[in-house]
Each structure stands twice: as C-alpha cells, then as structure tokens.
Design a binder for this molecule. Structure first.
Ligand SMILES: Nc1nc2c(ncn2[C@@H]2O[C@H](COP(=O)(O)OP(=O)(O)OP(=O)(O)O)[C@@H](O)[C@H]2O)c(=O)[nH]1
Ligand SMILES: [Mg+2]
Length: 448
C-alpha cells in the first residue's frame, strides 16, 4: 500500500472511531434522559414549537384574557358600583328633592295657614274694634243726650264766644270767666281755668277753633281724670257700699240702679234700708228690691240705722251674697247728728265686715250747682268719701259743676245719673264724658 492509501485508511479509521465515540456518548445520554424523542421532522418540530408557543400564547392569552376578564370584571364591578352609587345618589337626590318639596309645601301650607289665621285674627280684631267703636259711640250718644242741657248751656255759650275771634283779648277772657261761673264750674276752678286759658291760648290764632276745643278738652281731662280706687270683690265676702247724700239728691234711686247693674252681672245683691226715719223710704227701697229683683233688709221704723246695716251684712255673709248696698237718711247735712250717725254707721259696718265699707258713695244732684261742691266738702269731713255719684245730669245746664267738684274736692266721680230709669246710671268715664260734652261742637252752636 502506498503511503497515501495508508493515510486514507487511517483517516477512515479515525473517522469511524470518532463516529463510534459520538454515538456511544449519545447512547449513554439517552439512558439518563427520558426516552429520546424522535427528533421530529422540521415541520413537526415547528408545529410543536408552535404548539408550545400557542400554549404559552394561550396561557398568555388566558392570562391576558383572565386579566382582561378581571379588568372587565373590575370595570363591570366599578361600573356597577358606579351605577349603584349613581342610582343611590339619584335616589338620595330624589328623596332630598321630595323632602325639600314636601318641606316647601308644608312651609307654604303653614305660611298660608298662618296668613289665614292672621287675616282671621285681624278681621276679628277689626270687627271687635268696629264693635267697640260703635259701642263707644252709642255710649257717648247716650251720655250726650243726658248732657244735652249742659251742652246747650256751657258748651254752646263758650262756642259762641270763640266764634270769629282771632286772638285772646282781655274782653274774651272776662266773657269766658262769666260763662264758667254761671255754669257752676265753681269760683276757684273758674279762676284756675281762665289762668290756664291765658297761658295756653295767648298769642295763638283762635280762628282755628279746633285748637281752642282741644285745649279746653285737655284741661277738662286733667281735672276729671281722677281715678276712683275701687277694691276688688272677694268671693264669699260681701262687698259693702255705703250711700250718702242730702235729701232728695237721688240716693235711693241710685241704689236701685246700682243693684240692677250688679244683678245683671250675676252678683247677688242685698239692700239695707238704713234710712229708718221715714216709712216711705223703706217702702221706696222695697219697690226697687222687687224691680231688680233683690232682697231688702229693714228694721222697725225709727230703729238704729247702724243696727239695720249690721243685720244686713250678717245676713249677706250667711247667704254668701256678693254685694250689700246701704241706704241712709238724707236729712240736712248741716245738722250735726246726721254726720255723727253716718260716722257710727261707717264704724259699725266695719265691725260687721272687715274692710267694709269698701266704697262710700256721696250722691250729689247736678242741679244744685255750687251747693253740691259745698255738700261734698261737708260730707268728706265726716267720713272718707271714695267716690261721687252725680245725678240728674239729664235735667241741668249746670253739668260744669262736675269740674268744680273734682278740682276742689279731689274726689273722683264714680257714676253719673242721666235719667230716672233703671239703666240710667253710667260708670263715669272721663274721656267719654268729655267727648260727649265737647265733641261735635258745631251741632250745639248750630242748635244754640
Ligand atoms: N232726671 C233724673 N231724676 C233722678 C235721677 N236720680 C234720681 N232722680 C229722681 O230724684 C228724685 C229723688 O230721688 P230719691 O232716690 O228718692 O232721692 P233720695 O236721695 O233717696 O231722697 P231721700 O230719701 O228723701 O233723701 C226721684 O224722683 C228720682 O226719680 C237722675 O239721674 N235723673
Ligand atoms: Mg231715699
């Protein structure tokens, strides 16, 4: 063999050996490894890879899908939550709106109800005020009728004086003084009033008559505005009124009218006939007792007037009567025994009932003018007079005396008598009296 052949042969041997070694090593690896997979063909391998890739992709896709699903779910959840929240919010809003609307409606209803109530109240008030005005007008009219003569006298004369006057002259002042004096206003009160007129109206334009009447009204109001202090009535205790006054002024008549007033207020009244000097006096009171009607307690003719008053109060206490009115004799007040007797009655009445007499009313006849002022002075020296009853104002032009009595004696007027009828006694109301006397002066001046 040629060296070349030898070389080739050697190379072949080496190759065989190498191949054998390689094969062996592969065979050994095949033992430790899982049965060798048959080397797939290229297309198969590519499929597997693709499969592997696909499963990976699927996993990824699945993951992605899962993620997507999760995201979707989350989104859905979020959306649902949002929707729920939105629904909730909408519901809340709707509820709030409903509530607000209901509240508004309720408020509107309440406001309307309030308004209606206020309107009703206002209407009721207005109606009451109207009625009160009408009632006041009626009362003023009644008193005005009663004061007809005084308006025709004092007021008409004053009115005539002021008519056409531009200023207050000395001559006008003298005329005013004369009218006041002759209307029984009283000397001292006249003097004071003229002085006030001088101060108040000097330098003023008197052609505006309203000014003059307003001034006179105010002055009269200041004099008559004394308030009577009347103690309150206590249930179960008789309220005792002692009635004084000279002969014929109207005591018994006033007592009858007063009893009727209290009776119509639902009070039980008892009259004490303590004028025991005349049988006719007792009978006159009994007639009133039947008219009212109320009980009359009397004693024997000539009995002690104090004992009759005492017995009447005892009877009233036993019978739980509300009011006892004591009639007294009216003999001339200038006789000392009468005043002593009145003091005694006053004392005894106080013993019969604590705090009695609750009122001591002095009855004065407006017709007696100046004399009435004098009577007031005399009676109040004997007993504490708490109020005046000025009677027969309906028949006199001298009603101006009321100014003198209040101004000089400082005793408040409690009632006025404006007629003989049972209803012709009015509680004295200064404002109403002044209105009845001075208002609508044109009427009196036209009538004068
Ligand atoms: N016009 C009018 N007459 C009245 C008024 N008050 C009383 N009289 C009348 O005056 C008269 C006398 O009244 P009386 O009540 O008897 O007087 P009195 O004070 O009791 O008299 P004596 O008991 O005698 O002291 C009677 O005719 C009454 O009708 C009144 O306000 N106006
Ligand atoms: Mg009498």
């Amino acid at each position: 063999m040629s060296p070349v052949q030898i070389l080739i042969a050697a190379a072949v041997v080496v190759l065989i050996v190498v191949v054998a070694v390689v094969l062996r090593s592969r065979g050994r690896r095949a033992v430790s490894l899982p049965p060798p997979k048959q080397e797939p063909k290229l297309e198969a391998r590519t499929g597997a890879e693709a499969t592997a890739k696909t499963s990976e992709g699927r996993a990824v896709a699945a993951a992605a899908a899962r993620e997507a699903a999760t995201t979707k779910e989350a989104a859905a959840k979020e959306a649902a939550a949002k929707e729920v929240a939105a629904t909730k919010e909408a519901a809340a809003k709707e509820a709030a709106a409903k509530e607000a609307a209901a509240a508004k409606e309720a408020a509107a209803k309440e406001a309307a109800a309030k308004e209606a109530a206020a309107a009703k109240e206002a209407a009721a008030k207005e109606a009451a005020a109207k009625e009160a005005r009408a009632e006041k007008k009626r009362r003023v009219e009644t008193v005005r009728k009663g004061l007809h003569a005084t308006r025709g006298g004092l007021v008409a004369r004053l009115s005539r004086l002021f008519q056409g006057k531009k200023e207050l002259s000395a001559e006008l002042l003298t005329s005013i003084e004369e009218v006041l004096i002759t209307s029984d206003v009283g000397a001292r009160t006249t003097e004071r009033l003229v002085e006030r007129v001088k101060q108040g109206l000097s330098g003023k334009d008197l052609s505006d008559e309203r000014l003059v009447w307003e001034f006179l009204r105010d002055e009269a109001q200041a004099i008559l505005g004394l308030q009577a202090e009347v103690p309150p009535m206590k249930p179960g205790e008789p309220y005792v009124i002692l009635v004084l006054g000279v002969n014929g002024v109207g005591k018994t008549t006033t007592i009858g009218k007063l009893a009727s007033r209290y009776n119509s207020e639902g009070k039980t009244v008892l009259l004490a006939a303590a004028d025991t000097f005349r049988a006719a006096a007792v009978q006159q009171l009994q007639i009133w007792g039947r008219r009212v009607p109320c009980e009359v307690v009397s004693g024997k003719e000539g009995a002690d007037p104090s004992s009759v008053a005492f017995a009447a109060i005892e009877q009233a206490r036993a019978a739980k009567a509300d009011v006892v009115i004591v009639d007294t004799a009216g003999r001339l007040h200038t006789k000392a025994p009468l005043m002593d007797e009145l003091k005694k009655i006053h004392r005894v009445v106080g013993k019969a009932q604590e705090g009695a007499p609750h009122e001591v009313l002095l009855v004065l006849d407006a017709n007696t003018g100046q004399n009435a002022i004098q009577q007031a002075a005399t009676f109040r020296e004997a007993v504490q007079v708490t109020g005046i009853v000025l009677t027969k104002l309906d028949g006199t032009a001298k009603g101006g005396v009321i100014l003198g009595i209040c101004d000089e004696q400082k005793i408040p007027v409690r009632f006025i008598g404006i007629g003989e009828g049972i209803d012709d006694l009015r509680p004295f109301d200064a404002e109403l009296f002044i209105s009845a006397l001075f208002d609508d002066v044109d009427e009196v001046s036209a009538a004068a």
